[in-house]
Design a protein around this ligand. Structure first.
Ligand code: KIV
Ligand code: ZN
Length: 521
């Protein structure tokens, strides 16, 4: 690595997916991993193998399929976690084990370990990880709230035990840019052999400073940024990959560091992560928001027409946004659709394109003009045929109007069998949800039901988001259709499918961030 390179470590599939409601299916994880690999992400944290069979299988499969990226799995500081992680990444051409323990007073209190006992645990577990893998990352969780001397001591132990990357997590998004930079600079100065490892920065966005804190850490000597697409992550999220990458690119004059990321692939992966996670990107989000390159005021539009640099510090095409919004319609052919999707950064295999083309034609029959956003929604849509899902919508008819009761007649695929029911409710959406519940009884409570129009006009597609909660677990589903009730049914079913996956995912007796000491050693 040359001095001016910064390694991009993406944790969308681990810290991002850990965010309440952001569950992804196995197939979706593989697809996102492939996109991350293709866009030049150096290290993909693919999951937390001990957390569930699903996580283990995803990390294993991503490891087998990886091309250029290092594939990393997460493990708590115990031997069982580390063994499981090593097994999951076994087939990666470049594997990495990432092991962590909470070092701050608050985190040390949970397992009730003395400082010395924890130091011993770090030595044992990092040594074990290093015996299984040459590439080991170690993290003192909640580093920014750990006593400085103790932090130094633990890092020194991890380096001596063989860690090759030392990550400094700001787990609760507590630090600020100057403090972030000072901490990294001081650690590098004070810790023996610090020049033999890479220091990483892992920031959360609770105070809205994750990007600034990460860049400040780089200015002080960190050479790995941990981040997620769209800043997906617990609470206010993690550092957004697109923000740090574009900041380093646009302001290379004052931050002379390069990354391997092909920034023209940013929009495509941002849209895909938004769809599969169910976390829509806010309109004014930096880089990837719908309005990030939109100019509405007369003065801005006039300036833009004369010279786009008047109000733009980067070009839309630098992040993979096509310049035109050429409208497609029912006379557009397969080749035009393929080329349009390519402009949008979406490349489909022939069989996928055929499927999307059929759905595009039906949409074009319903809607005179099919806009970019319609196509993006169409590609991301769950058609109900997804084999990795338990439930799928087969058909739906609703009766609604001023005279109740509103009625839904539903055909639902559960595993491979089709079931049929008629249910009533307070409005067509309520009747539809009641019908699903009759066929697939569950205790999940509806937390959020939201409808957005994808484009303008009464024939616009509606995107519906549904969030559900069951025993403290949250799942989000999203779907689009020109029929709002159909979109609602699909979003509701999608959320239930994600809840089914979520039910399998829990560490025995503890959450994924706590540390088990019983079985270590
Ligand atoms: O935020 C955090 O501390 C983490 C660790 C597991 C690195 O995600
Ligand atoms: Zn984190």
């Amino acid at each position: 690595m040359t001095q001016d390179s910064v390694v991009i470590f993406d944790t969308t599939l681990r810290d991002g997916e850990q965010s309440p409601g952001a569950t992804m299916t196995h197939a979706e994880k593989l697809e996102i991993a492939e996109m991350l690999d293709d866009m030049g992400v150096d290290i993909i944290e693919a999951g937390f193998p001990i957390a569930s069979e699903g996580d283990f299988n995803a990390v294993s499969e991503i490891s087998k399929r990886s091309k250029n990226s290092v594939i990393c799995g997460l493990a708590r500081a115990n031997l069982k976690d580390i063994d499981r992680c090593a097994e999951a990444i076994r087939n990666a051409s470049q594997p990495r084990i990432h092991t962590f323990i909470g070092t701050s007073p608050l985190h040390r209190a949970i397992p009730n370990l003395t400082k010395d006992e924890m130091a011993e645990r770090i030595h044992t577990t990092v040594t074990h990880a290093r015996n299984l893998c040459d590439n080991v990352q170690w993290s003192p969780m909640d580093a920014t709230r750990t006593e400085y001397d103790y932090l130094c001591k633990t890092i020194e132990i991890a380096i001596n035990a063989g860690a090759t990357t030392i990550n400094i997590p700001d787990t609760v998004g507590y630090t600020a840019p100057k403090e972030s930079a000072d901490l990294i600079a001081k650690l590098i100065l004070d810790i023996p052999r610090s020049n033999e490892v890479i220091f990483a920065t892992h920031c959360h966005n609770d105070l809205g400073m994750a990007t600034a804190n990460s860049l400040a850490a780089v200015s002080a000597g960190a050479r790995q940024i941990e981040c997620t697409i769209n800043g997906l992550g617990e609470r206010a999220g993690n550092t957004a990959l697109e923000e740090v990458v574009m900041a380093l690119k646009v302001r290379n004059d004052i931050m002379p560091y390069r990354t391997n990321i092909d920034s023209t692939k940013i929009m495509a992966i941002s849209r895909r992560v938004a769809t599969v996670s169910g976390f829509a990107v806010q309109f004014n989000k930096a880089i990837v928001g719908k309005n990030a390159f939109a100019h509405e005021s007369g003065i801005h539009q006039d300036g833009m027409l004369k010279n786009s640099e008047t109000f733009e510090i980067m070009r839309p095409e630098d992040v993979g946004l096509s310049e035109t919004n050429l409208v497609m319609g029912k006379h557009s052919g397969r080749a035009a659709l393929r080329s349009k999707l390519k402009d949008l950064g979406i490349e489909l295999a022939d069989n996928q394109l055929n499927d999307v083309f059929i759905r595009f034609k039906s949409l074009a029959d319903l809607k005179k003009e099919v806009f970019d956003d319609d196509l993006i929604a169409l590609v991301g849509e769950d058609t109900g045929d997804n084999k990795s899902y338990k439930l799928g919508l087969k058909s739906l008819h609703v009766v609604c109007g001023t005279e109740g009761p509103q009625k839904a007649v539903l055909e639902l695929k559960i595993d491979d069998e089709i079931h049929f029911v008629t249910a009533t409710g307070d409005g067509p959406v309520d009747a539809t949800f009641n019908a699903v519940k009759e066929l697939f009884p569950h205790t999940a409570k509806l937390q959020l039901y939201q409808v957005h129009a994808v484009t303008e006009g009464t024939d616009a597609q509606a995107t519906v988001t549904v969030r559900m909660e069951e025993d403290g677990k949250i799942a989000t589903g999203q779907s689009a259709d020109t029929d709002t009730v159909v979109a609602s049914a699909k979003a509701y079913i999608n959320a239930l499918n994600k809840m089914v996956i979520k039910r399998e995912k829990s560490l025995p007796g503890e959450d994924t961030k706590s540390v088990s000491y019983k079985d270590a050693g």
